[in-house]
Write a protein that binds this ligand. Structure first.
Ligand code: FAD
Length: 238
């Protein structure tokens, strides 16, 4: 396993609680859309065993051609030690990334794609949408639905509906509107439904989608293949 040490080159305040840390891209480091990485702070491997308190899974919210590795996260007032350090970290600080992999690349199967997310879950989808804008081959259309109770919606310059690109973006701030819309979208029995958020959010979405007749194999989760059955077989059979 190769650990890449790299520097923070800028910090973007996306909303009052959400920041994107832009990291220099090491020359031999690449990734595909939908990737997540292990993002670690200085000192994580100083002892005999890695300090898990200084490591988090994070999606990469940029594409390689943007030339920076974007890590987007929410830092609330009440937060973990990891996020407390991150809140104070400065441009020029060193961080580490390793074990990078995409569970949710954009499938080009001539289908409609639905991106369902909660809060900063949208960060996982940003590169999928950019990849689709670059090259729409074999994707009929993309529809993004994001729920964020803060109403400080993310990446609104990219996530805005554009009929010429067959792209629809919706933001809602409450569960009723969100699940009503998921039910509407699930009228498309042949669509591909990507879901990103907390495990509880995934479970609830899978339940609604399956109730509406969406097949589990049409539901894409940012989970390792070995843990997919924990979500898709259990929930689908409820
Ligand atoms: C594949 C994958 C990709 C991921 N991608 C991302 C990503 O792109 N961005 C991202 O942000 N996360 C991502 N995550 C989740 C991430 O790994 C963290 O689990 C998540 O950000 C929570 O971070 P944290 O544990 O530092 O807790 P925090 O975010 O600090 O806290 C979690 C919750 O606990 C509360 N809390 C924390 N400490 C206290 C306290 N002392 N007292 C009271 N309440 C407290 C907070 O208010 C918050 O509601 C991903 C996870 C996976 C598995």
């Amino acid at each position: 396993m190769k650990i890449y040490w790299t520097k923070i080159n800028s910090i973007i305040e996306e909303t009052p609680e959400v920041k994107t840390y832009m990291l220099d891209r090491p020359e031999d480091f690449t990734w595909e859309e939908g990737s997540h990485t292990h993002f670690a702070l200085e000192g994580f491997n100083a002892g005999d065993k890695p300090n898990r308190g200084l490591i988090r899974h994070m999606s990469i919210s940029t594409l390689p051609h943007e030339n920076s590795i974007g890590i987007t996260t929410r830092i609330r007032e009440q937060c973990s030690e990891f996020k407390m350090i991150l809140r104070k970290i400065e441009v020029g600080s060193e961080v580490a990334i390793f074990k990078t992999h995409s569970n949710v690349p954009l499938k080009r199967e001539d289908k409609n794609v639905y991106l369902l997310s909660s809060g900063v879950g949208l960060a996982t989808f940003r590169p999928l949408v950019l990849d689709y804008f670059d090259r729409a081959d074999n994707v009929n259309q993309i529809h993004s639905l994001n729920i964020d109770s803060s109403t400080d919606y993310l990446f609104t310059e990219i996530f805005q509906s554009a009929s010429d690109k067959n792209f629809t973006s919706q933001f809602v701030d409450n569960r009723k509107e969100y699940y009503d819309e998921v039910k509407n979208l699930a009228a498309d029995k042949d669509g591909l439904f990507y879901v990103v958020g907390s495990d509880e959010f995934l479970m609830q979405n899978i339940e609604v989608l399956c109730e509406q007749g969406i097949k589990p194999e049409h539901i894409m989760l940012d989970k390792h293949e070995r843990s997919l059955p924990d979500f898709l077989t259990v929930t689908a059979s409820i």
